[in-house]
Design a protein around this ligand. Sequence first.
Ligand code: SF4
Length: 312
Amino acid sequence: MEKPFLRDAPCALCPRECGVVRLPETGSGYCRMGTDAVVARAALHFWEEPCISGAGGTGAVFFSGCTLRCAYCQNAGISHAGFGRRLGAAELAAVFRRLVEEEGAETLSLITPTHFLPAVLDALSLYKPPVPVVYNCGGYERAETVRALDGAVDVWLPDLKYHAPRLSALLSGAADYFERASGAIREMCRLSGPPVYNERGVMTKGTLVRHLVLPGCTGDSARVLEWVREGLPEGTPVSLMAQYTPQPGCRVPGMGRRLRASEYARVSGLMRELGLPGYLQAPEAADAAFTPAFDLTGLPGEEREKTEENPG
Ligand code: SF4
């Protein structure tokens, strides 16, 4: 299932292709993380799309660090600051097992795992869950990396955040976001095939594309949805998210307000016009109360540590 380049040093796991040699505990690439997995929370989560959470919840494993670090990220404490606990492969596999076998998770969600892929694959080789493995990522992936995960991932849950390079450069420091994400998501759809659901309505195979509508950016959202209609297989579901929440640390002009109901209505109307299946989100979701506590819940050991913020 795994291609050798995943363990190459210098690191080229994601489109940043930083070319740095990462050590187990530290890294000087864009993601600022070493190669050991760092996790901020591992617990049942009930607020994903119904086909991901199911009735029993998804076992959500939140990895620390990020290859995008969006300016408005609502999980900045872990994605930017890197808070979390380092886990070895056996510890991570034990976390997966507990979520599935003791807590009854209907799926296992790996959230922002790309920069730790070798460590995650090691854990999955020790424990391959009997429930679907969901790869929840920002969409900014190398197609080669996606291909290397064939057989390890059952359900792809990528964001498709932006269409315009100017916007992705401003908000995520990645002018090539759409070029890379669109290629990666095409590859995900090719690998997964059309969505398959079990008798409980949980997706067991497939790709579900998420898009968060940003304030003042409905035109870009329209271009994203039009590309999904033209560029992905018919029937690929979309989850259109309304939960944008202004973050105190985000200084980008225009991003300091919530999404207007009229903005979401415009984009959701286009989604219907285009005949895209999927999910719309209730406006109440734009509430910080839906952001889980990143407090090491569900991780082994009593020790709570803050990982070093390695210089980028
Ligand atoms: S995973 Fe991290 S170090 Fe490796 S290429 Fe991506 S951002 Fe750079």
